[in-house]
Design a protein around this ligand. Sequence first.
Ligand SMILES: O=P([O-])([O-])O[C@@H]1[C@@H](O)[C@H](O)[C@@H](O)[C@H](O)[C@@H]1O
Ligand SMILES: [Mg+2]
Ligand SMILES: [Mg+2]
Length: 272
Amino acid sequence: MFLIYINNPCIAALAAENTIAVQSAVKQEKQVSSKSTPTDLVTEADHQVEELIISTLREKYPSHTPVDYNLRFIGEESSAAGVKCELRDDPTWIIDPIDGTCNFVHSFPMVAVSIGFAVKKELELGVIYHCFDGTLYTARKGHGAFCNGVRLQVSKEKDVSKALILTEIAHLLMEVRISPLTRSVRIIGSSTLALCHIASGAAEAYYQYGLHCWDIAAAAVIIREAGGYVIDTTGGPLDLMSRRVVAAGTRQIADYVVKQLQPINYGRDDLT
Ligand SMILES: O=P([O-])([O-])O[C@@H]1[C@@H](O)[C@H](O)[C@@H](O)[C@H](O)[C@@H]1O
Ligand SMILES: [Mg+2]
Ligand SMILES: [Mg+2]
């Protein structure tokens, strides 16, 4: 019922508005602090953008919330501040206000705003806005995935020796295991943008342990609507709160990556 009201252009405009906030903040002096580890950075802009997104969504959709619904928000910085991260059946927005905060601090041009939406725990909508080049990725379940309005299609490559693999720095040992049989491995420091590269067919697979539901939610809809797979690192169905993911254009490449992985336990988003 919510989805008939919530359309991509509204949410895309919201992501774009907040990108402007990020773009102006990039040039300013940043107050940088850290959260779970010394490299898990956060800035005032992360908080400001998340507050802006949540207040705008509350304002945009007040009438769409029947009395018995509690329109909910899961935000990276609200969660860091102690708000419980729990995906219930209620319509829920899952927000990463600045994905790639370390890149943002360094003005390294791989930073995005990511807004996902779930109803009855099913991911229905995803919008990811690249803050440096204005690329807008959007998808709604059953309605396709788009990049600046152009339909997205994942890579159909099944030969792992022709596969470009994306991941994050924490798993160097696994990269050593994976890379010999693949074409190459890349690390860009923004999981949402790396996942968008899977959706666009620019790379064949992505894997990560340690990311969060707000890194995965929007991108999972975009990849699936582009014809790709977003699964658990065990090869089973995605568990959004498990802090791990494998995404790929084909099942063959996904299964190859799964076979090379050694489990790393980062806990769960919904148990912190
Ligand atoms: O914190 P943030 O910049 O939104 O998100 C980042 C993720 O996109 C990245 O994949 C991960 O390796 C970083 O540690 C960080 O979590
Ligand atoms: Mg992130
Ligand atoms: Mg973030």
